[in-house]
Every structure is written in structure tokens, then in C-alpha cells.
Design a binder for this molecule. Structure first.
Ligand code: PLP
Length: 404
């Protein structure tokens, strides 16, 4: 490889990335090649240091290099990395029990898989299986994000696995997010399920009005539809509660989890409550790596550290301080801050979030341009008030840099 005086390790990695990886993500902008981290600090391959305020898109709940997480992963890796689902192992049972305890739902059952979209797939199949073909419609919200796979099932080569779920393709009826009347009108006797995020993440950390999930619960009960809550991004402490829907005191029929659950390790869960606990019977679904011992050990460590170190409270407290610090910055480019817990979006007067994120990175902060006019913060749940204050103190210069 040719090299010049100004050729950095980041440049080299970026060029190799462009040649070797599919252009799925373009070249990440700004190109930052991360090397190692400790707590909420992370450094790149050229030695620059950043305060990580996006936490691997809400997944790195314990930050980087967390000793308990690293030890749990190492210990499990030394004992047993993989079993497949032909065999039992204790970590998966422990994790399912733990999630059930946190939900206060002793009758719930957990299906473990590897990514958010897989948890959605499990929920879609569960709904189809529970409701049959007479209810072909799923109601979902405009702006919603539930994952990127379109369903591998139509290509499954075994009719016994494939046929119980035909016809393929989910017939979706969209409603504006947060509109109770529209939701009530859309949920009918043809509706298998309503899929909702308690707070829409990819839409830019958008909360519905208070009472929306309770209204959704009522609409589903009235029409015989299932309420599926996608807590892939909102769950595991992100909003200051274990699960965001707990703020409304309702119980869904199905709930999905992923991102923060593994602290960065790939793991996801689809939880069925009540009658939905027993729908995915043998032969209906599965995953080779689902419930992987190392991923489960990581998730167990994440849950116990959140509990031991009071990270739900920390998310509430430091999140409020962070929001307040940003609100106190008076700049014409900032129009507001929304979100809850350690999950915020700063809204902008102009669609320049990429520029703001680039300027933030130059100043040593990693944030995310979730929408053209919104910058997302989803830092590790261990963020301290002092670290939050660093960002608000730097924000005026970041905005000046972005505007210049
Ligand atoms: C990220 C996300 C998903 C998809 O998760 P992947 O692990 O990327 O497949 C699904 N739902 C929500 C709400 C998400 O934020």
C-alpha cells in the first residue's frame, strides 16, 4: 500500500473497507476507525479520543471494556461457546428466567435470537400462527422501524416449515404514530396484530402522547388483535425503566428486545405473554445461534450490572441533566430536545445533522444524525453527569464549527 506523510491509519482502513465490503453503508461518514475503549471513552486507530454518546446505536449499554462484561464473556468462552438448540445449557435458561422476573410476568416465555430484525420475524410468525389467515392485516405506525429483513421464510425449502405461514407478505395498514383515534379505527376484525415502538428510535426518538400505549391495548382487546411492542431500542434501561412500556402500566402480548440487552454482543429476544407464550411450538421456528451461551452470559452480566450499579436511576438522572444542559445552550440552530432517560434527540432548525455530527467528532464527541434535522444521543447507561456536562459545554463551539 502506498503511503504519504498525511496518510493515516483511518485512511488506510477506509480504503480497504471500500474494496472489501459491500457498499451497504456507503463509507461511514465521518470515517472514524475505532480501536479500543474504556467506559464512555473510545479512541481511534490514529490515537484520537472521543466521548461516546451513541453507544453503538444504543447497544453498548455498559460502555467499553467493562470488566464485568469482559469477564463474563471470557469465562463463558473458556467453558462453552456454542451448543445449538439440540442441547440445553444453563445460561439461556437463566436469561429467560431473569427477563421474566424483570417483567413481573411468571407466565411469559422467551424465544432467544441474534438481532432485532430476527425478534421481529419471530413476532410476525407468532402473530400469524396465533391469529390464522382470517386476520391477514398488521397495523404499524408511520415512521416505525422494526428491522430490515423481508422474511426469509418464502425461500425455505421444506414445505412443512414454510406452508403453515402462507400467504407470504404481511399486509400492513399504517397509522400516524401517536394518533389514538386513527389507531382505534385501523384495528378491526381483520387485524392480527398492532406493532408499535413505545418510543420511535429511528424516527428520531419520538414519544407518543401519554396514554397512547394504553389506548393501543384497549383497541387490540376490543378487536381481538395482539399488541406487539418493539422494545429493541427502548428496552433495557434506555428510558430509565427496564422497559419503556412500563411507564403506562400495560402488558403487551408480545415484546421484542435486542440492542442494549447484550451490551454489544449480538442477542435478541421475543417474549410471549399469556396465551402468546406457547404459540411457537416445535417445528415452527428456530435459530442455530439463538440463545448462544456467550451472548446469554453477556446479557446476564449487563442485567446484573444495571441492577447492582443503579443504572436505571443513572439513566433518568444523567439523561435529565444532559437534556437540560443542551436546552440551556442558546443557538439559532437548536430548536429543542426530546426523548427520555439517556435517549435524546436534539432538533435542528435546518437539515444539517450530518455537519453537526462531523463537527462533534472533530471536537471529540460521537453522536448520530438520526434524521436530517435531528441528532441522536444514546450513550452508555454508565455516562456520568460530568461527562454529560462536557458535551453541553462543547456544544456552542460544535454548532459554530458546523455552521461555518
Ligand atoms: C435497530 C432496531 C431494530 C432492528 O434491529 P437489528 O439488530 O438491526 O436487526 C428493530 N426495531 C427497532 C425499534 C430498532 O431500533
Amino acid at each position: 500500500m502506498t503511503s504519504t506523510a498525511t496518510h493515516t491509519a483511518t485512511d488506510g482502513l477506509r480504503a480497504r473497507f471500500g474494496r472489501a465490503l459491500m457498499p451497504t453503508y456507503g463509507t461511514p461518514a465521518p470515517p472514524i476507525a475505532l480501536a479500543a475503549g474504556q467506559g464512555c471513552r473510545i479512541r481511534d486507530v490514529d490515537g484520537r479520543s472521543y466521548l461516546d454518546l451513541i453507544g453503538g446505536l444504543s447497544a453498548s449499554s455498559l460502555g467499553h471494556g467493562h470488566p464485568d462484561l469482559a469477564a463474563a464473556i471470557a469465562r463463558q468462552a473458556g467453558e462453552l461457546v456454542h451448543t445449538s438448540n439440540q442441547f440445553l445449557h444453563e445460561r439461556e435458561v437463566e436469561l429467560a428466567e431473569r427477563l421474566r422476573d424483570l417483567l413481573g410476568a411468571p407466565d411469559a416465555r422467551v424465544y432467544l435470537c441474534n438481532s432485532g430484525t430476527e425478534a421481529t420475524e419471530a413476532a410476525v410468525k407468532l402473530a400469524r400462527r396465533a391469529q390464522g389467515r382470517d386476520r391477514p392485516v398488521v397495523v404499524a405506525a408511520e415512521g416505525a422501524f422494526h428491522g430490515r429483513t423481508m422474511g426469509a421464510l418464502p425461500m425455505a425449502g421444506v414445505p412443512a416449515i414454510r406452508e403453515p405461514f402462507t400467504p407470504f407478505g404481511v399486509d400492513v395498514r399504517f397509522v400516524p404514530f401517536g394518533d389514538v383515534a386513527a389507531l382505534a379505527a385501523a384495528v378491526r376484525d381483520d387485524t392480527a396484530a398492532v406493532f408499535l415502538e413505545p418510543v420511535q428510535g429511528e424516527a428520531g426518538v419520538v414519544s407518543p402522547p401519554e396514554g397512547y400505549l394504553r389506548a393501543a391495548r384497549e383497541a387490540c382487546d376490543a378487536a381481538g388483535a395482539l399488541l406487539v411492542l418493539d422494545e429493541v431500542q427502548s428496552g433495557i434501561g434506555r428510558t430509565g425503566r427496564w422497559f419503556a412500556h412500563q411507564a403506562e402500566g400495560i402488558v403487551p402480548d408480545v415484546m421484542t428486545l435486542s440492542k442494549g440487552l447484550g451490551g454489544g454482543m449480538p442477542i435478541a429476544a421475543c417474549v410471549g405473554f399469556g396465551a402468546c407464550a406457547g404459540i411457537l411450538v416445535p417445528g415452527t421456528h428456530g435459530s442455530t445461534f439463538g440463545g448462544n451461551p456467550v451472548a446469554c452470559a453477556a446479557a446476564l452480566a449487563v442485567l446484573s450490572v444495571i441492577e447492582r450499579d443503579g443504572l436505571l436511576d443513572n439513566a433518568t438522572r444523567v439523561g435529565a441533566a444532559l437534556a437540560e444542559g443542551i436546552r440551556a445552550v442558546e443557538h439559532p440552530l437548536i430548536t429543542g430536545v426530546r426523548g427520555r432517560g439517556l435517549w435524546l434527540a436534539t432538533t435542528l432548525a435546518e437539515p444539517v445533522s450530518v455537519k453537526v455530527c462531523e463537527a462533534a467528532a472533530r471536537a471529540g464527541f460521537l453522536v448520530n444524525p438520526v434524521r436530517p434535522d435531528a441528532v441522536r444521543l444514546a450513550p452508555p447507561l454508565i455516562l456520568t453527569a460530568a461527562e454529560a456536562a462536557e458535551f453541553s459545554a462543547a456544544l456552542p463551539d460544535i454548532l459554530a464549527d458546523a455552521a461555518g
